[in-house]
Design a protein around this ligand. Structure first.
Ligand code: FES
Length: 71
């Protein structure tokens, strides 16, 4: 999906850069997103925040697994 119509930047491009560790300012400089009318900035920032590589991941467990108490 195109997020920035002015610069033809897609959500995939933004997400790929964010997963590579770039912050919004870096991505804006690299891709030009949100540098013209600015209507896409909020959406672009949301994508960056959702795709940051440092987001903690939830621990997965199988149903029925009981966490062991620590002594
Ligand atoms: S839609 Fe991104 S700057 Fe206009």
């Amino acid at each position: 999906m195109i997020v920035c119509v002015c610069r033809r930047v897609s959500d995939r491009e933004i997400a790929r850069h964010a997963r590579a560790g770039m912050d919004f300012d870096d991505i804006q400089f690299e891709l030009g997103v949100a540098t013209q009318c600015g209507q896409c900035e909020g959406c672009a920032r949301d994508i960056v925040s959702q795709c940051r590589p440092l987001q903690p991941m939830a621990a997965l467990s199988k149903a029925g697994d009981v966490p062991q108490a620590q002594a």
